[in-house]
Design a protein around this ligand. Structure first.
Ligand code: ZN
Length: 130
């Protein structure tokens, strides 16, 4: 059974740093050397690793995604959230992070971001730590 982590989102489109939550679960498991798959079981949310030091980076990513895939641009999907599905696919639904000495192996500026594209909602992120 994968570990389930809850993420509450507050707006339609946003990126939420979940690095600390993932590290907490890795620490609880006590895995010293291994890997952690972070998987998003949703069709209108995604996950990515990118810069967490300057919040402007996330803003730029979201602004550009909105430019590339605007809402309500004549899509066929009847639910009205086709842009959310497309953005989710562009970001992807999983990342794999290595674990060394009990810590996630991330670059100095890297953070793991949950990407909400059809919020606000209560979301789940599945973790498999081995
Ligand atoms: Zn839909």
């Amino acid at each position: 059974m994968p570990i389930s982590v809850s993420v509450k989102t507050g707006t339609r489109i946003e990126m939420i740093d979940i690095t600390a939550k993932v590290q907490e679960e890795v620490s609880k498991m006590g895995t010293q050397d291994g890997m952690c798959v972070v998987y998003v079981p949703h069709t209108t949310a995604g996950i990515t690793i990118n810069e967490g030091a300057d919040p402007a980076v996330c803003k730029d990513i979201l602004t550009k995604l909105n430019e590339l895939v605007p809402a309500g641009a004549g899509y066929r999907h009847l639910e009205g959230n086709a842009d959310s599905h497309i953005k989710a696919s562009l970001m992807g639904s999983s990342v794999l992070v290595l674990i060394e000495n009990g810590r996630l192996v991330l670059g100095t500026w890297q953070k793991i971001f949950f990407c909400e594209f059809d919020g606000p909602r209560s979301r789940k992120v599945a973790l498999k730590i081995q």
